[in-house]
Design a protein around this ligand. Structure first.
Ligand SMILES: NC(=O)c1ccc[n+]([C@@H]2O[C@H](COP(=O)([O-])OP(=O)(O)OC[C@H]3O[C@@H](n4cnc5c(N)ncnc54)[C@H](O)[C@@H]3O)[C@@H](O)[C@H]2O)c1
Length: 391
């Protein structure tokens, strides 16, 4: 484990939970005292403040990167050099250039690599994606993913140089990958329109942004990210298809509502702003956030020699989309997503998706009226005339 902070603890809690067999053996942290504390808390074999030593240790089978964004590249390069499989937290890079360097390093070294995008592994997300893949929603037209909270928990996130940006890089990476999963990763992200501003905090980076990603098949992925939201952590997704709709609420409303005067004053859930009054706790937080399913997929893939659901290539595509979002926020124009390495379908003609009523007409709409009549709205294929008729 590289890092001993917030996400390292979530990962360790998930990996060492219940009767799971995978174990963290060793931890690297920049500060020996933090490494020691983490080592003791999780009963590991050892700790160090030397990253190379942790990676190259003979007991290290897999490197898990839980370091600040500006340290991902160095850690991935060192893991690839050591020939060790590597799992890296989100965002993969601070930008696409860094992400591409990481992708190239693991691919040329031939080491297994997984992108730890936990929100694409929550139980309800996995089920929702499966429903979409089974065709239950028809053709996906629009997705919306929202992640908003009152701001991150460590200094480096707020420093653009270390983080690569504000809410867009920190939270937008989740939202964009959620959209790609629903819309289909084979569809090329073409361009991005984004508004971003620094509305509240005295920082150089944006603390609030809204963006639209247009995909080659015509679908739109919307992201809403904020470090200014009050009231906890808002994680919501919506999917709209020609045949159906999905709404997911992954954190603030999970079916657990509680009132307390605050007597216990205990931890409620990540980014919860209060521990009194009406509260919305989360049962098994790691599970609701996707960590156990994520690690199961990663280690299964590693053992089977297959690819995990979320790869370094996905991390690279996400970074390329976010690069375009940053550019668009400045230029106030649609900005192209620059992907020097595109592995999905070539952008082509999306084709006609109209529903035929008969040889001469397209069906625009069918509706049952309050009086029980069934009304059809039709368009003549030849003349273009729009008419209505009762069935
Ligand atoms: N849902 C998620 O997947 C999720 C959630 C939170 C954070 N993250 C990601 O995890 C990574 C770490 O975030 P965190 O929340 O654990 O941060 P954190 O500040 O809580 O922990 C970072 C760790 O890295 C160490 N560190 C800090 N600066 C360092 C430096 N310059 N050199 C070496 N070590 C340094 C810290 O001591 C600590 O051990 C980030 O990339 C972040 O985006 C992912």
């Amino acid at each position: 484990m590289l890092g001993s902070g917030f996400i390292a603890r979530f990962y360790a809690d998930s990996l060492h939970a219940q009767r799971r067999v995978d174990r963290i053996h060793r931890v690297y942290s920049r500060t020996l005292a933090n490494a020691k504390r983490f080592c003791e808390d999780y009963q590991l074999d050892g700790y160090t403040d030397n990253m190379e030593e942790a990676i190259n240790h003979p007991d290290t089978d897999v490197v898990l990167i839980a370091l600040p964004n500006h340290q991902h590249l160095e850690a991935v390069l060192a893991s690839a050099k050591a020939g060790k499989p590597v799992l890296c937290t989100k965002p993969l890079g601070r930008n696409a250039e860094e992400a591409k360097a990481m992708l190239d390093a693991v691919e040329s070294a031939g080491v297994f690599a997984g992108y730890l995008e936990d929100l694409c592994y929550t139980p309800k997300f996995l089920k929702a994606v499966k429903s979409v893949e089974q065709g239950n929603l028809g053709r996906i037209l629009w997705t919306k993913s929202r992640e908003a909270h009152p701001g991150p928990h460590s200094d480096w996130f707020w420093n653009k140089e270390f983080s690569g940006g504000g809410a867009i890089i920190d939270l937008g990476c989740h939202c964009v990958e959620i959209s790609r999963n629903f819309i289909g990763k084979q569809h090329k992200p073409m361009e991005v329109m984004c508004w971003a501003d620094t509305q509240v905090h005295p920082i150089d980076a944006e603390d609030h942004a809204i963006g639209l990603v247009r995909f080659a098949n015509g679908a739109i992925g919307q992201f809403e990210v904020s470090w200014t939201f009050r009231g906890g952590m808002d994680l919501r997704d919506e999917v709209m298809g020609t045949e159906g709709t999905i709404w997911l609420n992954s954190f603030l409303r999970t079916g657990f509502e509680m009132f307390t005067t605050g007597l216990g004053a205990s931890y409620v859930a990540e980014k919860s702003e209060s521990n009194s009054g009406w509260l919305f706790p989360v049962g098994d937080e790691a599970h609701e956030l996707g960590y156990p399913h994520m690690f199961t997929d990663m280690f299964d893939a590693l053992e089977k020699g297959t690819e995990p659901r979320e790869t370094f290539y996905d991390g690279y595509v996400v970074n390329a989309i976010l690069d375009a979002a940053f550019l668009s926020a400045k230029s106030k124009q649609w900005e192209p997503v620059l992907l020097e390495d595109w592995r999905g379908e070539a952008p082509g003609n999306a084709g006609s998706h109209f529903r035929e009523h008969d040889a001469d007409h397209w069906l625009i709409k069918q509706e049952i009226l309050p009086n029980g009549d069934v009304k059809l709205i039709l368009k003549n294929k030849l003349t273009g005339a729009i008419t209505q008729q009762l069935q």
